[in-house]
Design a binder for this molecule. Sequence first.
Ligand SMILES: *Cc1c(COP(=O)(O)O)cnc(C)c1O
Length: 231
Amino acid sequence: MTTIADRLALAQRRIAQAAQISSRNASEIKLLAVSKTKPVADIEQAYAAGQRCFGENYVQEGQLKAMELAQRCPDIEWHFIGPLQSNKSRIVAEHFHWMHTLEREKIARRLSEQRPEGMPPLEICIQINVSGESSKAGIATQSEMFELASLVDSLPNLKLRGLMTIPSAGEGPRLEAELSHMQQLFAELKLKFPQVDTLSMGMSQDLELAIAKGSTMVRVGSAIFGERNYG
Ligand SMILES: *Cc1c(COP(=O)(O)O)cnc(C)c1O
């Protein structure tokens, strides 16, 4: 039987190999361990194996885990990667280090206002709906991306870090075209905002292709923690 530590090591090897194939430095690519629906005991195992960045999709679940692990795993970096309703934004502002799924100005303003004094700025990625599927969240156009990025850049308690996407499922030329489009948007955003350094793209199934297309953060759930029963 493989352990969480084994599977983490395997995910790191996949990242290193994919980086090498693209002549990239593996140290440019962060592994975000997506622990949604999984118990804190699993997070503690990954933490013991050296993992520090964890992604959660559900606001309250993430809050409970962050509170429960605050003492035992003090230097965890929590990333919110799910859809966010404005009435729950305070929880993200108070308990997370990163927010990957920003798509609305109203939420940006609330997160900045609600970020507690004394905490560093909330690190922000703007979610892009690169496939155009109506089931997917995210903004659709380059001009909207620049508008929202300018707002984030101007808000005192947010820090613009880059872009995030969930492409269409499956493989093939469509997926490749979507990831190439993200690579291009990322390059354009970086030109205008030099602090931008994060392209959050790639999951258990497609992390190799995402890295070939410039991803700097892959979000890996099932390949580390096993299949989920829900979510
Ligand atoms: C669940 C989830 C992941 C991880 O997906 P796996 O296929 O289990 O690796 C990554 N990103 C987001 C936004 C998710 O919701």
